[in-house]
Design a protein around this ligand. Structure first.
Ligand code: ZN
Length: 246
């Protein structure tokens, strides 16, 4: 079975459709796993939620999802993110609200655990330092886990012999990462708002027979998304950053 793993879609329907089309060509739509922040920042929150629900995506919520339904204060958001969250909250239709309200914050599926941030603080914590990675790994009861939130594709390998207790590597486009006995944390990057300097959409495919996870970067129609954001009156910086991948 081949499974599409998406994270941080952020209401970017053009990017999500590009990813799902590619996943279909790769025969990787038997399941879809979603690591949260399906909404926030972008122009089409309900359409993104509806599309993922159509694939019965196994989903955990992120901070922007909870902010959009009033379950999380935007006090700690930067002003542009807070403005986009306020706009998103006005758009969300009742069905999608109920759906978001009922998502479990951590999901275990076979050998994987799915969470948006970290297992220590599922909604909020950014997993990008060895310290956070180790705290996360201590709580990880499955061999592998999948996280989002930082918008940067990343591999963490547990390694007792290394000074930090783990090795952290940026995950390049097309690298087929082999699942072996070492415990891992994998971030597939962001579908809707990449922040690693590469504006292409990012997602991963898990192949349970080959036992690999592969990150894919794809061009999508950034200008179309930016036009929809401008029409919705979303903050200019959020529109600009999509072209820069920052
Ligand atoms: Zn996010």
């Amino acid at each position: 079975m081949r499974i599409a793993i998406v994270a941080d879609v952020h209401s970017n329907l053009d990017a999500l459709e590009t990813v799902l089309r590619h996943a279909e060509e790769q025969k990787a739509l038997e399941q879809v796993w979603c690591l949260g922040d399906t909404v926030g920042y972008g122009p089409e929150p309900n359409a993104c939620l509806a599309l993922l629900r159509r694939y019965n995506a196994l989903t955990v919520p992120g901070n922007h999802d909870l902010a959009a339904i009033g379950l999380l204060s935007t006090e700690d958001f930067n002003p542009d993110a807070a403005a986009a969250a306020a706009w998103t909250a006005l758009q969300i239709v009742p069905d999608e609200r109920t759906y978001l309200e009922n998502l479990p914050h951590v999901v275990r599926q076979g050998e994987f655990t799915l969470v948006h941030g970290s297992l220590r603080w599922p909604i909020w914590e950014y997993l990008y330092t060895p310290e956070v990675a180790l705290a996360h790994l201590e709580l990880q009861e499955t061999p592998y886990s999948l996280v989002g939130h930082t918008h940067v594709p990343l591999l963490v390998k547990e390694d007792q012999g290394s000074p930090d207790g783990c090795l952290m590597n940026y995950l390049e486009d097309g690298t087929a990462l082999e699942l072996r006995d070492r415990r891992l944390v994998i971030n597939p990057g962001s579908v809707g708002q990449p922040r690693d300097g590469d504006p292409r959409t990012s997602y991963a495919i898990y192949d349970d027979e080959a036992r690999t996870v592969t990150v894919h970067r794809l061009e999508y129609d950034i200008a179309a998304t930016q036009q929809k954001m401008a029409a919705a009156g979303l903050p200019a910086w959020l529109i600009r950053r999509l072209s820069r991948g920052r």
